[in-house]
Design a protein around this ligand. Structure first.
Ligand code: ADP
Length: 214
């Protein structure tokens, strides 16, 4: 099992009120599966991804990634675990503004052991796969939104993660680029990882192996 969330709940303290963002949600993603998460705005989709990505400890419930509870690790070990096992495509991409496409894609290798030339070869393969070879030295501000999104996807895959978590990665792409991205999760998750994708896009949902409604 790549990802297992059992009855996870999370509330945010917001002034004097408590906002219940995720309540008793269970989700499983097995090897090679492509699971879509849908639900109205504010129903807790992004919070669920943060929990699944070892970035936000739930108030209750169990998280297991590849059989391990990341929240049982100390912060340093958890960061290392995240770098090696989890690929995250954030809604706002979070690319490093002063790094080229190539260096953005290679950045996750910094925290992980491995030969520099292997890493570079993997990065170049991903850049080619996402059609960015002719943009390789551009900085993010010189890219279109769709191109930035593809850089974020390539970066998420660099360390061949067990699980890929993506927050609406195709929401603002044109159809052609959206298809190029969607072709990835169902077919060829690197190393047979699973994909958990938050999306409003019906065409992405149509390609999912399973849909979770929040
Ligand atoms: P979605 O991704 O489905 O739009 P979110 O997970 O972003 O939902 O948010 C779920 C609920 O939690 C919303 O009501 C939102 O306002 C609230 N929320 C999210 N993040 C925070 C935060 N950091 N502090 C307080 N409330 C938050």
């Amino acid at each position: 099992m790549q990802l297992q969330l059992d009855n996870v709940s999370k509330s945010y303290a917001d002034g004097r009120t408590n906002v219940r963002a995720v309540h008793n949600v269970s989700v499983q993603v097995t090897k090679g599966e492509f699971v879509a998460v849908q639900g109205p705005s504010g129903c807790g989709k992004s919070t669920l991804l943060l929990i699944a990505g070892a970035l936000l400890k739930p108030d209750s419930g169990q998280v297991q990634i590849n059989g391990q509870d990341p929240y049982a690790l100390n912060p340093d070990a958890r960061a290392e675990f995240r770098a090696g096992k989890i690929g995250f495509v954030f809604q706002q991409f979070h690319l490093v503004p002063y790094l080229s496409v190539l260096d953005n894609v290679l950045a996750p290798a910094l925290g992980v052991a491995g030969s520099a030339s292997d890493v570079r070869d993997r990065g170049l393969c991903l850049i080619e796969r996402f059609g960015l070879l002719d943009r390789i030295l551009h900085v993010p501000s010189k890219l279109s939104t769709g191109e930035r999104q593809r850089v974020a996807m390539a970066r998420a895959l660099l360390n061949e993660p067990q699980i890929i978590l993506a927050d609406e990665p195709t929401g603002n792409l044109d159809h052609q680029n959206a298809d190029a991205l969607r072709g990835y999760p169902a077919g060829s998750a690197t190393g047979g990882g699973g994909v958990l994708l938050v999306t409003h896009d019906d065409r992405a949902v149509a390609r999912a192996t399973r849909v979770v409604h929040l």
